[in-house]
Unconditional design. Structure first.
Length: 339
């Protein structure tokens, strides 16, 4: 299979976060066949029932490990090919990247090279469950090349994430007599209004921190005072979160319960000579690995602006270029290790 065949095969397997088993089985089977021909080994790293990471290794230990995620956001839609782009859910985030990493590995093996690994994880789109699990079972890798859409440029930094659920309590009553109730929705709106006005920090490299109110729900009917309302918020971090957390607590005080769901710190990353660089505003699995799989790098084909959209696609040429770039990075990092 060429890089386009693998990309489309992966895209056509629905693997929305939590349902990665089938795509994991495909990768395990494909890499097991490759390992059998080339003297490698493959293992499943069980994360939860029906959910597992897939790790393949060539050589006594992996100097470099290439990693990306198997899961996608909803909704699923299958692959197509218009001759210039491959389309489908996961085409650039991140199944095309997985295909490029596999083909890069095949190219390195064809040249008699070893000392590298492939690690494909579950859960990145929700809570990095697979990366957190992998951090507890390192394999001695000195460098981790994480794959996300960066237009084949090495990212010098990536924003972190701070996710909250805000829950406002209330008292149900007939809307004709609002004085008999206590509107949870009104209190939630007041809290969110305050949160939207929190001054957020700006970093010279990563840019501005941002806040997004992603979901709002609550109430029963327009003629009923709402007894509960909730919202989910995601803040993109560019530095220390302490002051933001204090401001969020002040905004929620007396109105709603503030529940911190997840925090991932911002990342500062390194480069490899001769490869163009960029900075990205999204969050990756890199902080969840906690350095246990080596010094991190971030690069992959495709544009993040296409990810999570109905127009998700990746250019065929970018996939071909990424295969060569990944091989180049592997050789450069192995050279560093041998000095």
């Amino acid at each position: 299979m060429d890089v386009f065949d693998i990309t489309r095969a992966l895209v056509d397997i629905e693997s929305i976060t939590g349902s990665e088993e089938r795509v994991g089985l495909f990768l395990h089977e494909y890499l097991s066949a490759l390992a059998a021909r080339t003297g490698g080994c493959v293992e499943r790293m069980d994360v939860a029932a029906g959910r597992f990471n897939v790790f393949a290794q060539w050589g006594e230990r992996p100097v470099v490990t290439f990693s990306s995620h198997m899961d996608t956001v909803p909704p699923f839609f299958p692959s197509s090919d218009d001759g210039e782009y491959l389309w489908g859910r996961g085409a650039c985030d991140a199944k095309g990247i997985i295909a490029c990493m596999i083909k890069a590995a095949e190219g390195l093996l064809a040249g008699g090279e070893s000392g590298f690994g492939l690690l494909f994880v579950v859960g990145e789109e929700r809570n990095s469950a697979g990366a957190y699990h992998a951090a507890t079972t390192p394999r001695g890798s000195h460098y981790l090349v994480n794959g996300e859409p960066t237009e084949n440029k090495l990212a010098l930094g990536a924003k972190g994430a701070l996710r909250y659920e805000i829950v406002a309590p209330g008292k149900m009553a007939h809307s004709a007599y609002p004085e008999l109730g206590d509107s949870a929705i009104h209190k939630l709106i007041e809290a969110l209004w305050e949160m939207e006005r929190i001054p957020l920090p700006v970093d010279a490299v990563l840019g501005a921190s941002t806040l997004n109110i992603g979901t709002i729900s609550g109430g029963h009917a327009p003629n009923v005072i709402a007894d509960e309302a909730r919202a989910e918020i995601l803040i993109r971090l560019v530095g220390d979160s302490a002051e933001i957390k204090r401001a969020m607590e002040r905004a929620a005080a007396g109105r709603a319960e503030l529940r911190e769901i997840l925090e991932i710190p911002a990342s500062r990353l390194n480069s490899v000579g001769g490869i163009a660089t960029t900075v990205v505003a999204y969050t990756t699995d890199i902080p969840a690995f906690a350095g246990q799989w080596g010094e991190p790098f971030l690069i992959g084909p495709g544009s993040i602006h296409m990810a999570h959209t109905p127009q998700e696609r990746v250019a065929r040429q970018e996939l071909l270029d990424a295969v060569e770039i990944y091989q180049r990075i592997a050789r450069e990092l192995c050279k560093r290790e041998s000095k």
